[in-house]
Design a protein. Structure first.
Length: 386
């Protein structure tokens, strides 16, 4: 799913270190006077985020009509949600919508799909919990920015007065809109509802920032932090916004607070080092880089990201080395095979390019991705035959 944190495309930075002792208040984190008009941005309330229209409520009730057992109802509801949604569009990062709008659109990013499913399950009387999935750092590139993605899923639990189904109640059903994240059994942490609301605000802030609407971005990041002051990703994004708008002291404060809340927020560490370098404090920047490089270098997505950057700069051999390193670390991601395929094409090795693009298609998760890869494979086939 897309819960975004920003990593500057110009910084190569890795890992974590001991978090600095820092005590900051809202006065040192929020700079309202720097974003005139932010209070005019309409921020959705918690009620508006989870509210369902009558059509969605009817959908939920019809999905379980005639079923008696709670577990059967849950399975039926989830099956109807997946059947109704266009799964090829589930990974649209820009579709960050409230539950009612997600229902109308039939697709959204993972966070919004989870919010909608949460609301539908609650409508049927189930207990529902959000879970934060501690996936490795995973970047995607949009609008020239590297975005660090996070992931959540749902646990749906039927309410029972007796204890006959105690084991089932305790376990519940997991609903995840990214099967790959579930298959790999990453650690999970239960989330409070206010944290999910803050994540929703953070996503909207990130979208506004990508569109260079800095006032709107500030309004959403501010709302996220007021909703959940410990949301490290929102604090880091606010720091990046301050950096872009020239509020450097507030930028440092936000990064430091993000790190205080999560010492392993490598994006915050990276952006802090970039800020120090930008301000001329190369020693501070270098201290961070040296201390954290080893941890991030063992992450395949770090090498995919660095390979993508080298590819954009037409450094084909450097890109190839990073993609090959990523492949050695993990062979399950289609992105690394695509990286190898496009790099070998630039190096003039059409045969190897064709080989890796076929593997990319095989490893991809949606029909949309497969169609894109098939188009590239067909293009290479025409080159070979010509």
């Amino acid at each position: 799913m897309q819960i975004f944190r920003f990593l500057l495309t110009s910084i190569i930075l890795l890992g974590c270190q001991t978090a600095p002792e820092v005590l900051l208040s809202q006065k040192t984190l929020l700079f309202d006077q720097g974003f005139e008009g932010f209070e005019n941005v309409a921020i959705e309330s918690e009620k508006e985020i989870f509210e369902l229209h009558d059509e969605a409520k009817t959908f939920a009730k019809l999905a379980v009509k005639g079923l008696l057992k709670p577990e059967e109802k849950i399975k039926a509801l989830v099956q109807h949600v997946f059947a109704r949604s266009d799964l090829n569009l589930l990974y649209r990062a820009d579709a960050n919508t409230v539950a009612s709008q997600t229902f109308q659109n039939r697709a959204a990013n993972c966070l919004s799909m989870s919010i909608m499913t949460f609301a539908l399950a609650k409508e049927l009387g189930f207990d529902v919990r959000f879970q934060d999935i501690e996936i490795p750092e995973y970047w995607t590139i949009r609008e020239g920015q590297s975005l660090l993605n996070s992931h959540i899923n749902l646990q749906i639990i039927p309410r029972q007065k007796n204890q006959i189904h105690f084991h089932f109640i305790n376990r519940g059903f997991e609903v995840d809109f990214d099967a790959q994240a579930t298959r790999q059994h990453f650690p999970k942490t239960l989330l409070k509802l206010k944290q999910v609301v803050a994540m929703f605000y953070n996503n909207n802030g990130a979208e506004a920032l990508l569109k260079r609407n800095y006032v709107k971005a500030y309004a959403y990041f501010r709302a996220a932090i007021l909703q959940s002051p410990d949301l490290s990703s929102a604090l880091a994004n606010l720091g990046y916004l301050y950096r872009l708008t020239g509020h450097y002291r507030f930028s440092e404060n936000a990064y430091l607070q993000a790190i205080k809340e999560d010492k392993n927020n490598l994006s915050a560490w990276g952006n802090l080092a970039h800020l120090y370098r930008y301000l001329g404090d190369d020693q501070k920047a270098m201290d961070i880089v040296i201390r954290v490089s080893r941890k991030r270098s063992s992450n395949p997505f770090f090498h995919i990201n660095m390979g993508d950057k080298a590819f954009e700069n037409e450094q084909w051999q450097v890109a190839l080395e990073h993609y090959q390193r990523a492949l050695k670390l993990d062979k399950s991601y289609h992105e690394v095979y695509f990286g190898l395929g496009k790099t070998y094409f630039e190096l003039g090795n059409v045969q190897r390019s064709h080989h890796y693009l076929k593997l990319a298609k095989k490893k991809s998760r949606t029909e949309q991705e497969q169609a894109v890869y098939q188009g590239k494979i067909d293009m290479l086939a025409s080159i070979k035959s010509g």
